[in-house]
Design a protein around this ligand. Sequence first.
Ligand code: BG6
Length: 469
Amino acid sequence: MHYHKLEQFPKDFLWGASISAYQAEGAFDEDDKLLSIIDKYNHPKDVANFEVASDFYHHFKEDIQLLAEMGLKAFRFSIAWTRIMTFDESRVNKKGIAFYHQVIDECLKHGIEPIVTMYHFDLPYCLEEKGGWANRATIDQFLDYVQVLFQEYGDKVNYWLTINEQNTMILHPGAIGIPETGELPTKKELFQINHHVLLAQAKAFKLYHDLHLKGQIGPAINLTAMYQATAAPADAIAAHNWETLRGWSFLDTAVRGTYNYLFEKYLMDRKLYPTVNNGDFDILKAGKPDFIAINYYSTATIAASKNDGTDQSARAGDQQIMLGEEGVYRAAENPYVDKTPYGWVVDPIGLRLTLRKLYDRYGLPILITENGYGAPDTLEVNGSIHDPERINYLAQHIYAIQEAITDGVQVIGYLPWSAIDVVSTHQGFNKRYGFIYVDRTDSDLKELKRWKKDSFYWYQKVIQRNGLN
Ligand code: BG6
């Protein structure tokens, strides 16, 4: 639908940017931080690991100062569970607690709203040794941690995100590293893990509301609308299959406290249904989110399954992510969209569509917690970094959000990935997303100096104007 005039962004729109603890902080074993699965898992050898990352742990003041200069209204970061809990009689690590107080206070000092993710892929390794999320006891451990977060930071933080991209964890577990055994959990185990994470999340929602804290809490899913490859009805069913199994099945439980009907049938048919204890659905129903956060990068295009053993294939340029599922769907090419240098589909209209579908379904406010353009950048001798493709990508997506707002969708903020350059999940430091360049390479830490990219100055103007020109 074309409009005569687009609506303005709301006055209190949360213009921001995002990072996660393990991809930005470094200091992986400093100040008694425990190791997480990320620290112990195997990652591709030829790219940067997460030990130093962007060294946000030692640069956070300078970084937040730069974010303030860019004009950010909000900054999303995650807290590392492994810096907070000790899993011994001391219960908490005072140095870790103090670190995040400093980060939050630094944001508040600059008038930046801290938006906190409680869990961004980095399970404490000591819990993994006891079975990780497959062990139901991890739910209580998570709640213990969450209780500390609310107690410490509850009066300073207004927006909480429970679990980052639960669907990536479950559907593409290899994306965040490979266990030392070389073996990823089976599908059956993954859906048990999924059930436990959903319970942990619902309990966190409930606890937050029971404490009557002043802010809001929600899940953060990687969401994308699915296109059918052709007008063939079988393609339409396949696209619906995957849209449900990849996105709605996670959110339906988070919002409604039930398992989606198609998801249930899929699990039962394939003997993947998790063990569900008496009362689990009461727990799921008792915890409600106030808003939904989504990470949106690309749409996917879907063809009917052939169910002949060939439905699965590796994502272009990325052997660690498999697309397609036997008897469910096949990945197809979309001739109408561009791609990033890493082969990710660029589809701003798809964001508008995704926002509409999400709002249709739940009617809850939406916070966009990730969106961005991952590509190599070049630091010029004069210290400039020209990233016109990133600016173009972000501008198109901001326009699409404005269109969605004009459609009537309630979008409350936009927090592109990433505030500063961080280590990509499994593709190192060559693939950059930041507004602020961090001067290091995969193999050379250099001085980790910060430089402002062209996109920094561009986003600064967008925020000043409260939207595009
Ligand atoms: C999201 C994750 O899936 O995508 C981030 O929440 C991640 O942690 C981002 O970095 C971009 O993906 P990648 O693989 O390019 O780092």
